[in-house]
Design a protein around this ligand. Structure first.
Ligand code: SAM
Length: 304
C-alpha cells in the first residue's frame, strides 16, 4: 500500500472527475482507485482543497514513469531527460509530444519557452475540460488545467442571464465555461495569439455569447459603456494594479473574483475593503511555491 492524496467523489460522477484530473495531469496513474460504498477515492499527486490522505494499492505491471504533467496530448517533464521522454511517449497512447520548459513563465503574456524532447515538434494541443474542448498553444498563450475545478465553482455561482467580464481571458477557458449561464461574456486579453486561439475555441464549442476583445484591460473602463454583474480577474502576479478598473466596471452589488498570489491569509482584505468591496469568501486555489499561495477573493461591490 502507498500513502497518497485522494479526492472523494460520488461514484456516478467518478468518470467525469477522473477525466478532468487526468487532463490536469494530477491523477496518480500508478495507484488503484478506492471504492468505498457509494463513493470513489481518486489518487492525485498534489494536495487539493478537500483532498484526504489515503492508503492506495499499487497498480500491477504499471511502469513507473519519470515525473511529468499531462496537458492534452503533451507531457511536460521538469527534467531534460530525452530517454525518459521516449519512455513516456511509448507508454501513454494519447500523447503526441513530450516537452521540457526552457524558461520560466515570463512577461506580460505569462508564457514560457519549451524544448521538444520526443514526438511531434509542437506546443499546440487540444484538451477536454468538463465537456469543453480548448485548443491551446503552450508557447504562445497562457493556459493551466489546474483551475478547471475553480471554473466550475464560479459557474455554480452565476445567475441566469448575467453580464460577465473576463479581464484576462487567455484562450477563453473561464469565458467559455461561464457562457453557459450568462447573457453575454466580454473576454479581454492583451495577447493577440491568445485572442486568436479564443476565437478558435468559441467556434469549436459553438459558443455565440462571448465577445473576444484584444485590449489592455486598463482601457476597458473608458471603452465599455456597460457595467457587469460579475468580473473575473485572473492575473495573480499583478492583478492589484487593475482593481480600480474592475470596481469601475462592476455594478453595485456585483461580484469580482480576484485571484492573487499571497504569502498570508487576509493579505488583500484591507485594500479591498478600502475600495468599497466586501470579501464574502477567500479560498486557496492551490499552493504556488513554498510560502506562496494562489488564492481567490470573492468580493461584493458595495451599493453606490
Ligand atoms: N484567464 C485565463 C486562464 O485562466 O487561462 C488566462 C490567465 S493568465 C494568468 C493572464 C492573462 O492575462 C494572459 O493571457 C495575459 O496575456 C493577459 N494579460 C496580461 N496583462 C494584460 C492586460 N494589461 N490586459 C489584458 N490582458 C492582460
Amino acid at each position: 500500500m502507498v500513502e497518497q492524496w485522494g479526492i472523494r467523489v460520488p461514484s456516478k460522477s467518478g468518470e467525469e472527475v477522473r477525466k478532468s484530473l487526468m487532463g490536469e495531469g494530477i491523477l496518480d496513474l500508478s495507484l488503484k482507485v478506492i471504492r468505498d460504498g457509494s463513493t470513489l477515492v481518486l489518487p492525485v499527486t498534489e494536495q487539493r482543497e478537500g483532498a484526504e490522505r489515503c492508503s492506495f494499492e499499487l497498480r500491477a505491471g504499471r511502469p513507473v514513469l519519470p515525473r511529468h504533467e499531462l496537458v492534452g496530448g503533451i507531457a511536460i517533464m521538469q527534467e531534460n531527460d530525452p530517454a525518459g521522454a521516449e519512455q513516456i511517449l511509448a507508454t501513454i497512447a494519447s500523447l503526441h509530444t513530450v516537452l521540457c520548459p526552457a524558461s520560466d513563465v515570463m512577461g506580460e503574456y505569462r508564457t514560457r519557452k519549451f524544448e521538444v524532447l520526443a514526438g511531434i515538434p509542437t506546443t499546440r494541443t487540444e484538451i477536454l475540460e468538463y465537456g469543453h474542448r480548448f485548443v491551446i498553444d503552450l508557447a504562445s498563450a497562457y493556459f493551466s488545467s489546474r483551475l478547471s475545478s475553480e471554473r466550475q465553482r464560479i459557474l455554480g455561482k452565476v445567475g441566469d442571464r448575467e453580464l460577465i467580464l473576463d479581464m484576462f481571458a487567455g484562450v477563453g477557458p473561464f469565458a467559455i465555461t461561464l457562457a453557459k449561464r450568462a447573457a453575454l461574456v466580454i473576454a479581454c486579453d492583451i495577447n493577440p495569439r491568445a485572442v486568436i486561439l479564443m476565437q478558435e475555441n468559441l467556434g469549436k464549442n459553438r459558443v455565440k455569447n462571448v465577445l473576444p476583445v484584444l485590449a489592455d484591460a486598463h482601457h476597458l473602463p473608458g471603452t465599455l459603456l456597460l457595467k457587469f454583474d460579475r468580473i473575473i480577474m485572473n492575473l495573480p502576479l499583478s492583478g492589484t494594479a487593475f482593481l480600480a478598473d474592475a470596481f469601475r466596471l462592476c455594478k453595485s452589488g456585483g461580484i469580482i473574483h480576484f485571484y492573487s498570489l499571497v504569502a498570508q491569509e487576509g493579505q488583500h482584505r484591507d485594500d479591498l475593503d478600502d475600495m468599497g468591496g466586501e470579501v464574502i469568501d477567500e479560498r486557496v486555489v492551490r499552493s504556488y511555491s513554498p510560502g506562496q499561495w494562489h488564492v481567490v477573493y470573492d468580493v461584493k461591490v458595495a451599493t453606490r
